[in-house]
Design a binder for this molecule. Structure first.
Ligand SMILES: Cc1cc2nc3c(=O)[nH]c(=O)nc-3n(C[C@H](O)[C@H](O)[C@H](O)COP(=O)(O)OP(=O)(O)OC[C@H]3O[C@@H](n4cnc5c(N)ncnc54)[C@H](O)[C@@H]3O)c2cc1C
Length: 303
């Protein structure tokens, strides 16, 4: 069970950072949706946990809101996962995250769970990470220096350092992420786990594809995998292999075989390899279908 002496609800980011920074010697944690931190503090995981202070950052205006500027989406870290399904701007410019969100937990958890919490928790099975990698996501961290807000920004690949490890320092808050718009891309998100509902990924995969309609060739192909290694990974080898080619069944099958070597998990390696190869093929077919290449035509060639 999680217990604490004080539960604070600061009204601004500087106020939250002041508490965080001045907490030297006492045990302080940030909380957003609480969907990781609450199950973590229970028997079998961290066990009973007592904190001096919990700082609730879920309502801070600096961490909320979604805007689009010059083709870049700015998404507050406290944005709930549910917004990737219900916000029209995110649905249009981040279609792969909308598909990912459908697979994420259930309605209640999606309404609570934040995208920032998912990143800072840095679970190898975190579903948003492969989808965000496709967007060339950048994480913005904020702290106070001489009572002035200072920010630093880094690509997601430098933010997530390993299982439960990120570049976020104890005196920092993840305030927002910036992402390239993938408007007009065909997308797919695939996920499998141990059970049918509320599933934690054993393998997950995100795909986005753009077609050049004058040449009918693949103009851009983005592929990232998660839960099969310590950190999510873009598979640039496959991306480069597919760009500039006219998609057909054999091409997709050949591309899918290349992913097998990227399984790094120690457990269930053979299973994960087989699933991943099938996911790449299926995800590419589905993404192409959403981009406007008839799935019937490609599916027929695959059979
Ligand atoms: C039933 C259930 C089903 C789930 N299903 C899925 C699933 O399908 N896919 C999936 O990926 N995850 C799943 N999760 C895990 C969880 O919902 C997500 O990881 C969620 O996004 C965490 O966000 P949160 O806001 O609830 O984080 P919290 O629990 O509030 O925080 C998590 C950690 O991040 C820190 N933190 C939070 N926000 C910030 C910030 N802005 N800056 C710095 N530190 C911060 C906190 O201090 C804490 O250490 C599930 C959880 C449950 C309970």
């Amino acid at each position: 069970m999680l217990t604490y002496n004080s539960y604070l609800t600061p009204r601004s980011l500087p106020e939250a950072l002041n508490v965080l920074i001045s907490a030297k010697g006492s045990v302080v944690r940030l909380i957003a949706g609480g969907t990781d931190i609450l199950p973590w503090a229970r028997q079998g995981r961290a066990g009973d946990v007592h904190l001096d202070t919990l700082i609730d950052i879920s309502s801070l205006s600096e961490l909320r809101g979604v805007t689009l500027r010059d083709g870049t989406l700015h998404v507050g870290a406290a944005t709930p996962i549910a917004d990737f399904i219900r916000n029209p701007l995110l649905r249009e410019h981040a279609p792969v995250l909308s598909r990912c969100a459908v697979w994420f937990a259930d309605d209640q958890i999606r309404a609570q769970a934040t995208v920032g919490g998912n990143l800072v928790n840095a679970s190898p099975a975190g579903d948003s990470q492969p989808a965000l990698l496709l967007h060339d996501c950048r994480a913005t961290l904020s702290t106070l220096q001489n009572q002035k807000l200072v920010e630093r920004q880094m690509p997601l690949s430098e933010f997530i350092l390993g299982p439960s490890k990120t570049a976020c320092q104890p005196n920092e808050v993840l305030v927002k992420i910036e992402m390239d718009s993938l408007k007009g891309y065909g997308c797919a998100f695939e996920k499998v786990g141990h059970r049918r509902s509320l599933v934690i990924s054993t393998v997950c995969l995100a795909v986005a594809v753009k077609i050049n309609w004058s040449s009918k060739k693949i103009e851009d192909f983005r592929l990232a995998i998660g839960a099969v290694g310590p950190v999510p990974t873009r598979i640039t080898e496959i991306e480069k292999f597919l760009v500039g080619k006219v998609p057909d069944g054999k091409l997709l099958r050949d591309a899918a075989q290349m992913v097998a070597d990227y399984v790094r998990s120690r457990s269930r390696q053979e299973y994960r390899r087989e699933v991943l190869v099938n996911f790449v093929e299926r995800g590419a077919v589905e993404a192409l279908s959403r981009a406007g290449i008839s799935i019937e035509r490609v599916a027929k060639e695959l059979s």
